[in-house]
Design a protein around this ligand. Structure first.
Ligand SMILES: [Ca+2]
Ligand SMILES: [Ca+2]
Ligand SMILES: [Ca+2]
Length: 471
């Protein structure tokens, strides 16, 4: 006699159907195969009981489809004019509805106020589902109301208003009342807070039980648990619209410099709103205080520019500044390459640098030509490039590195001597001069730096010629 619809898990006193007590598990069990049943009816809706039917040749009678034209036949199988109605009856289980509103304040759905009114529709899909909404209000009165289905509702809704710190401001479970055998009231809920202070608040909608089902008797259900207290609700309410202040960054100033370390960022925005401050892939969240300001610290790029972006969801506002590091990118280190033989076909240049930096290695060949090779410094701070197509003689290498758009000076130069006839195989020494006869090379040459070499390109050729002649 209670006008509330429900699913049951037989948790009430005196339950007798204990074979499949959990309705929702049965309903959502998709391991139960879906099926379709087919039968034929006369136009008047009565069941066709004939032994034979007729159809055009293109109809597959072993796989009749709803659109197929099927005709009655008499007991001898002769076709009749009467077209039969193909009736399909499908059976299936059902999945739970998707939960569209988060279950906690972090995943709350934002409510927006328009003309001091807000509204949202939702579904409590299972016993443990709650739907949490967030809204920002100014000082003043706040009301919220939950309505459930007018007839035969399953959901007995409750509503809870909390502030940003989780303090309960107001709550209500309604007052379910049996008005008649067909109608109940009080399954919704309603709250009023007369003097809220400005800020962000959360509304939590839940489906709750009523009374005490364990005390059920043959004539009095006693109540119901929240097992089947599920279904659709409509949330409406009123509040004073907050003053929306777009997010702004007040420090650091756009175009200013910093030391390449952490950056203190301050700004303004809408009271109570969360501002997300992003640098590259990193985002920090900060809440705008009651004075309308916020402050946080982000890690800047050690070198080059850092762009700091702040966003505020309530009005989709965004602000950004770009600051520049004063840190200097040092030149990468080029390890002393090992000498090798022409037969090796290549030699490897290794070094260290800033992880992630792009290293450009400049190679001066014995023929006096220069070319560059590029690589990236690994996470361990090392890099290497392979120089190929060897000819006999002395190669001079230097490197620079670029990080976030900032390029270092060139490194010190290193030399590697390539010999012929296998005499110059790596001797384990860290330099090559000892594998060669007197080349006339000034060993101090390497110290001039690559830039000097490039400027003296003609001189390098001369040196090379001497080298070739004497070897
Ligand atoms: Ca839900
Ligand atoms: Ca939810
Ligand atoms: Ca519940």
């Amino acid at each position: 006699g209670v006008p509330v619809s429900t699913w049951t898990n037989a948790d009430y006193n005196g339950a007798t159907n204990t074979e499949t007590p959990d309705d929702l598990t049965v309903i959502t069990d998709r391991s139960e195969a879906a099926g379709a049943f087919l039968w034929l009816e006369h136009a008047d809706g009565t069941f066709y009981e004939g032994e034979y039917v007729c159809a055009a040749e293109d109809v597959d009678l072993s796989n009749i489809q709803p659109d197929d034209e099927i005709f009655a036949a008499d007991a001898s199988g002769a076709c009749l004019d009467e077209q039969l109605v193909v009736v399909y009856h499908y059976t299936d289980r059902a999945d739970s509805a998707a939960d569209q509103v988060g279950n906690n304040t972090d995943s709350a759905a934002a409510l927006s106020l328009a003309d001091d009114v807000f509204a949202a529709d939702g579904v409590i899909i299972e016993r443990d589902d709650v739907d949490v909404y967030e809204l920002n209000v100014a000082d003043g009165e706040f009301t919220a109301k939950l309505d459930v289905a007018e007839v035969g509702a399953n959901l007995n809704a409750s509503i809870l208003l909390t502030d940003a710190d989780g303090n309960v401001i107001a709550e209500d479970e309604g007052n379910p009342t049996r008005d008649s055998a067909a109608a109940a009231s009080g399954l919704g809920a309603e709250i009023t807070a007369t003097d809220l202070t400005a800020g962000v608040y959360y509304l939590t909608v839940d489906g709750v039980g009523f009374g005490d089902p364990s005390q059920a008797t043959a004539t009095d259900a006693g109540g119901f648990s929240d097992y089947g207290s599920l279904g659709h609700y409509a949330l409406t309410g009123t509040a004073v619209e907050p003053e929306i202040v777009p997010v702004a960054i007040t420090a650091p100033a756009d175009g200013s410099e910093f030391d390449g370390g952490d950056i203190d960022v301050t700004g303004t925005g809408t009271i109570g709103e969360v501002v997300e401050v992003t640098v590259g892939d990193e985002t920090v969240s900060v809440t705008v205080g009651e004075d309308g300001t916020w402050a946080t610290t982000v890690a800047g790029n050690q070198y080059g520019d850092t762009t700091i972006t702040a966003t505020q969801a309530i009005d989709d506002s965004e602000a950004s500044v770009t600051v520049t590091s004063t840190a200097v990118v040092e030149a990468p280190v080029v390890n002393d390459p090992k000498d090798s033989d022409v037969a090796d076909g290549e030699f490897v240049v290794t070094g260290t640098g800033v992880p992630g930096a792009t290293v450009t290695v400049t190679v001066l060949t014995p023929a006096g030509e220069t070319y560059t090779l590029e690589t990236t410094v690994g996470a361990d701070g090392t890099w290497s490039v392979t120089v190929q197509k060897l000819e006999e003689g002395e190669y001079v290498v230097s490197a620079k590195q670029s990080v976030n758009g900032v390029t270092s000076e060139g490194s010190d130069v290193e030399t590697v001597v390539i010999t012929d006839e296998g005499t110059g195989e790596d001797d384990g020494e860290d330099d090559g001069e000892d594998t060669l006869p007197d080349t006339g090379f000034d060993l101090g040459f390497a110290g001039f730096g690559l830039m000097a070499l490039l400027l003296l390109g003609g001189g390098a050729l001369v040196l090379n010629r001497r080298f070739t002649t004497e070897s």
